[in-house]
Design a protein around this ligand. Structure first.
Ligand code: AHR
Length: 513
């Protein structure tokens, strides 16, 4: 049995919980939009074609903000194609995912869907094939009340009131050689600066995200952020981060420790932002939008039923199956640790989007004409989005180690916690990374009075299963949350035992001492 002692002190906090940390992402990719959130003709579809069964799961998952419409897709997208009478919308080739885009779903449909799902919209503009003009036109179309060409076109298209979209991404992954219209840091930095200015001339209230590196392994990581911000620091509010992780060669121990990499990646971007801030004598603070993160089995891209875009050349299809990863228990525990990393950095990471929402590397799966269900990774996201409120607590953690090939010794128990003073609750988010040993946990509560356990749940290997157990169409509830038994308060400390390979959430009711 490994052991961990966590000390909570009500005076040691990191930040208000940034509620936008629990964001998601809908890209026109594979079956995220078509047969994911939108499937006219499905028995569960409403009159607009929104799948009610998927919407219900989205509401249960609880994302606060959803990025749209891409992703790589946005770098070749003409937003005007997706507005106006559906029968007049053009069919286009989407080069990013080698797909035929019908444009049956566009901005108005997304705005309506987002209202139903009760999420904020994070809209990305195309800075791959397009520039300043089309971006400022889109802001005018979306946010200007009326009396001008673009705002009146929106009204003509059925939306009298502005959409009032606050959050905008200045393109996507433009450092990547795979990106349509990729750029050097110099080219992008200047374009981002000028586009941001022009968009803000239309609506000064918007918030803007500059594109950071596509991942930490990019050869230009660091210098890209530095150059881009050297141009655009004053014009933007956030710089983006993207990261995907997977298990390599059966090395589950290293995979379970990937949040160590995520922590270091975030710290590196913070250091770069602050270096530009200091050198430029800027006073305002640029923060981070971690607007793509997840587990993604990228090495499994090329399969027969989900051919990779390149090998699929010649077979242009509508909404093909693309990267529909099936997630298991191990993946869910890793996702729990990523959410902990984001919370621990809540002072600087203000937005984060798990990529994506439905079917495409997603917590929710759906079949065309068939059912929708929750993947294993649904559970940590749903509980953290629901329960992380108030302030993020700065924890002192003293844990037994687990040894890993990639990261050396790491804490067996990974944790984050939030304190909702108004409601008198503490939420503890815990992961046991050890594959073999249970974790004997003690949580000291300093400065907090009598506590009781309101709820305690755990996700772990199901009976008769193994660490690869997953929810699939014919067995949709194999992996989920079950009660975590025997969580006690002993002399002002919480005592619990976490099963090997598990993610747990414990909610305490506390009073100020
Ligand atoms: O989320 C899938 C893809 O991953 C996105 O389109 C792109 O931005 C990233 O490379």
């Amino acid at each position: 049995m490994s052991t961990a002692r966590i000390t909570i002190d009500r005076d040691f906090t990191i930040a208000e919980v940034p509620r936008r940390l629990f964001g998601s992402f809908v890209e026109h990719m594979g079956r995220c939009v078509y047969t994911g959130i939108f499937e006219p003709g499905h028995p569960q579809a409403d009159s607009r074609g929104f799948r009610r069964d998927v919407l219900e799961l989205v509401r249960e998952l609880g994302p606060t903000v959803v990025r749209y419409p891409g992703g790589n897709f946005v770098s070749g997208y003409l937003w005007e194609d997706g507005v106006g009478p559906v029968e007049k919308r053009p069919r286009r080739l989407d080069g990013a995912w080698h797909t035929v885009e019908t444009n049956a779903f566009g901005l108005h449909e997304f705005v309506d869907w987002a209202r139903e799902a009760d999420v904020e919209i994070m809209e990305a503009v195309n800075l791959g094939t397009r520039g300043v003009e089309e971006a400022r036109a889109l802001v005018e179309y979306a946010n200007h009340p009326g009396g001008t060409y673009w705002s009146d076109l929106r009204r003509k298209n059925g939306a009298e009131d502005p959409f009032d979209i606050k959050l905008w991404c200045l393109g996507n992954e433009l450092d990547g050689p795979w990106q349509i219209g990729g750029k050097t840091a110099q080219e992008y930095g200047r374009l981002a600066q000028e586009t941001a200015k022009a968009m803000r001339f239309v609506d000064p209230s918007i918030e803007l995200v500059a594109v950071g590196s596509s991942n930490r392994q990019m050869p230009t990581f660091g210098t890209w952020e530095h150059t881009v911000l050297s141009h655009a620091y004053d014009e933007v509010d956030y710089v983006s981060m993207h990261a995907y992780y997977q298990e390599h060669d059966g090395d589950a121990a290293s995979f379970l420790a990937e949040a160590v990499d995520m922590d270091a990646f975030i710290d590196g971007v913070i250091a770069t932002i602050d270096a530009v801030k200091a050198a430029g004598k800027h006073t305002k603070q640029v923060n981070i939008s971690f607007d793509e993160w997840n587990v993604w089995y990228q090495s499994g891209l090329d399969t027969e039923d989900q051919p990779h875009v390149i090998t699929a050349a010649g077979q242009w299809r509508e909404h093909p199956r693309l990267i529909e990863d099936t997630y298991n228990v191990t993946d869910a525990v890793v996702v729990g640790t990523f959410l902990n990393s984001l919370l621990r950095h809540g002072d600087r990471v203000k937005i984060a989007n798990q990529a994506q929402l439905v079917n495409v590397i997603a917590p929710i799966r759906s079949e065309e004409g068939g059912p929708a269900w929750r993947q294993s990774i649904f559970w940590p996201f749903a509980r953290v989005a629901q329960l992380a409120r108030g302030r993020v607590l700065r924890l002192a953690i003293d844990s037994s180690p687990v040894s890993t090939k990639r990261y050396g010794d790491v804490d067996a128990i990974d944790a984050a916690a939030t304190w909702d003073e108004e409601n008198g609750t503490i939420a503890l988010f815990l992961a046991n990374r050890s594959l073999e040993e249970a974790g004997d946990l003690t949580v000291d509560l300093h400065g907090l009075g009598a506590a009781s356990v309101r709820s305690a749940e755990v996700l772990t290997v199901p009976e008769g299963g193994d660490r690869k157990a997953a929810n699939v169409v014919d067995d949709q509830d194999r992996v989920g949350l079950v009660p975590l038994r025997d969580v006690d308060i002993v002399e002002g400390a919480v005592r619990a035992t976490l099963p090997p390979l598990s993610w747990a959430v414990v909610v305490l009711e506390v009073a100020r001492a």
